[in-house]
Design a binder for this molecule. Structure first.
Ligand SMILES: [Zn+2]
Ligand SMILES: [Zn+2]
Length: 216
């Protein structure tokens, strides 16, 4: 199992990075990314703590712990700057918080995000358009099927549009609490529940994450 979207105490998650690593390792995960909510005010604070913490953890735990960031509710015109800054500060997984149905994310966030090649994942993209999915594919950006309550409401739509243009999908938890982590079997069921075939669900939970890891 791979989970590239998890929150720690550096934003609104409940756990410190060491406990995230330990809990995911016990669940048999191969890799986890810690991707806290950021805007200009806390980007540097998060990454200056998270990057060295992950570096140290990786010496001692049997799971790959990746420092990341989720640019969240940012004005669209600030996105590119924040993303480039995240990369410079050592973020290995750069997520943009997409236009989920359950939060008032600035309209146009999906489209702006998929035009920036440094973005790795567009999270919970709500009513994703074909144009957005095509640009994501073109720029090597993975689209997310979310295991999180609320964000998961549009998984079926996201899977359908991604399939139409053969854009790459990942299943992530967007975990904030210990009970949010899931097993590989549960991730597979999220993919199946989004309308993907057995074969495609297998690809989304095992092949795609490995390709994703190789590229970051
Ligand atoms: Zn959150
Ligand atoms: Zn999140």
């Amino acid at each position: 199992m791979f989970d590239f979207h998890v929150h720690s105490i550096f934003s609104d998650g409940e756990l410190i990075p060491a406990e995230i690593a330990q809990r995911c390792s016990i669940l048999g995960h191969k890799a986890v990314a810690i991707t806290d909510h950021a805007d200009k005010s806390n980007l540097e604070l998060i990454l200056s703590n998270l990057v060295p913490a992950c570096e140290d953890l990786n010496k001692y735990v049997d799971i790959e712990v990746l420092p990341g960031i989720e640019i969240t509710h940012s004005p669209i015109d600030m996105l590119e700057d924040l993303i480039k800054k995240s990369k410079k500060l050592g973020a290995k997984v750069i997520i943009v918080h997409g236009e989920t149905l359950v939060e008032p994310v600035p309209k146009g966030t999906n489209l702006a995000a998929v035009k920036i090649p440094e973005v790795d994942i567009l999270a919970h993209p709500g009513l994703l358009t074909v144009e957005e999915a095509e640009l994501a594919k073109e720029n090597g950006i993975f689209l997310e099927l979310s295991a999180r309550k609320g964000h998961c409401l549009s998984n079926g739509h996201v899977a359908m549009v991604a399939n139409e243009v053969k854009a790459d999908l990942l299943v992530n938890t967007d975990a904030h609490s210990p009970s949010d982590f899931i097993t590989e079997k549960e991730a597979y069921n999220v993919a199946r529940g989004s309308g993907l075939s057995e074969k495609n669900s297998g690809i989304v939970i095992s092949v795609n994450p490995q390709r994703f890891l190789k590229n970051i």
